[in-house]
Design a protein around this ligand. Structure first.
Ligand code: SF4
Length: 381
């Protein structure tokens, strides 16, 4: 279905005036089949907020264990205790692995894990302490709100004490996962753990009160409908009005390989772009929208930069959660140079940031074609 020209004009006027969009506006934007128009609106907002910059950081992912008490329908990562490829790292192993990943310019470790049924709560702050001691310059972005809620359950401690101890051990930011889709009718069919909107928002609110800045995600393209995506971002927008603690929104495309939803088709690139654009337009109080190229593929990620995204996840050497699910030829790592080329080829200026979005280094923007012709071109497959 397409939107009438008068409705499109009305929405464009609201966006131009910086007026906040309503739930109905968001649902109508998803109805539009005019992708160029929608992308243009989102690009205008993205440009007003972030110019022609595309932020990235040089990070590595560390998954301490893939053993999980839950069995979420979309998950390709979790294993049960004793399963052939189940693993759990000893603290020393985690440090060894992190040290092996250390190379020039690493600024962040991104740590997410299964909800291990028997690991004691004290294991987690101990890992952070040891990692911080081994890599003092590296920011530790660790644990989803779901994991923090799990730590409450296994320790009997309230989240405020859990977060205090993790911050004392070196935690700089929570990760944005565990959000999936907040709408209960959808959530109850796909999420198997006990953390839903009430606890997810409680824990992020608390983290913001303690001075942490956090990301928020949305897993889309499975059984939800566009109205559930709109509902999801509206809840986040309201929480952001209250705390101001979210730095970035990260739409994550569901992958249908090796999980209980493998029968579903995946979101097509045009739906990906629509989701980025509507998210950018609805989340007027979020400074950044990130495209995580591991889940979207390189070409679609480049396009997403013109449909509202202004941040690309950095050089990922190891990212087991999605790499296990990926059968589409997306590489599992990019070097800094790969990333610079990717951003410039999409027409933007790369800016390296740290976990808190402080600018570490700015780079030149795209090189004009006439200058590039003399050079051999990279080929992205
Ligand atoms: S999504 Fe997280 S909580 Fe759910 S099964 Fe996978 S690892 Fe466990």
């Amino acid at each position: 279905m397409s939107l009438s020209e008068s409705r499109k004009a009305e929405l464009a006027e609201k966006v131009a005036a910086g007026e906040r969009l309503t739930r109905q506006d968001g649902e109508d934007l998803y109805e539009s089949d005019d992708a160029a128009w929608l992308g243009g609106l989102a690009h205008g907002v993205r440009t007003a907020k972030n110019g022609d910059a595309v932020y990235f950081n040089v990070n590595r992912h560390l998954n301490l264990t893939n053993v999980c008490s839950a069995s979420c329908a979309y998950c390709s990562f979790e294993r049960k205790p004793g399963q052939q490829d189940a693993y759990t790292m000893r603290v020393e192993e985690a440090v060894e692995k992190a040290l092996a990943m250390k190379d020039e310019g690493l600024t962040e470790l991104h740590i997410v894990n299964g909800l291990h049924p028997t690991l004691p709560w004290k294991y987690y702050p101990r890992v952070l302490r040891e990692l911080k001691a081994a890599l003092p310059q590296v920011a530790l972005k660790a644990f989803t709100a779901t994991e923090v809620h799990w730590f409450e359950q296994i320790s009997g401690l309230p989240a405020t004490e859990i977060l205090d101890e993790l911050i004392d051990a070196g935690l700089e930011s929570l990760t944005g996962g565990g959000a999936e889709i907040f709408d209960w009718e959808i959530r109850k069919q796909i999420v198997d753990h006990k953390t839903h909107w009430e606890d997810w928002s409680r824990i992020h609110r608390l983290a913001h009160e303690k001075g942490l800045r956090t990301p928020a995600t949305m897993l889309y393209g499975h059984i939800e409908e566009p109205r559930h995506r709109v509902d999801h971002v509206l809840r986040l927008r309201e929480l952001q009005d209250e705390t101001g603690g979210f730095q970035v929104f990260i739409p994550l495309r569901f992958h249908n390989d090796n999980n209980r939803l493998s029968h579903l088709p995946m979101a097509q690139p045009i739906d990906v772009l629509r989701t980025f654009a509507v998210s950018r337009l609805m989340l007027d109080n979020f400074p950044h929208i990130k495209v995580f190229w591991v889940m979207h593929g390189l070409s679609t990620s480049q396009l997403a930069l013109s449909w509202g995204a202004d941040d690309m996840d950095g050089s990922v050497v190891e990212y087991k959660i999605t790499h296990d699910a990926d059968g589409y030829g997306t590489p599992d790592k990019l070097t800094r140079d790969d990333l610079l080329t990717l951003i410039r080829d999409a027409g933007f200026r790369p800016v390296e940031r740290n976990t808190r979005y402080d600018v570490l280094r700015t780079y030149d923007g795209p090189v004009p074609l006439a200058e590039r012709r003399a050079e051999p071109q990279d080929v992205w497959t």
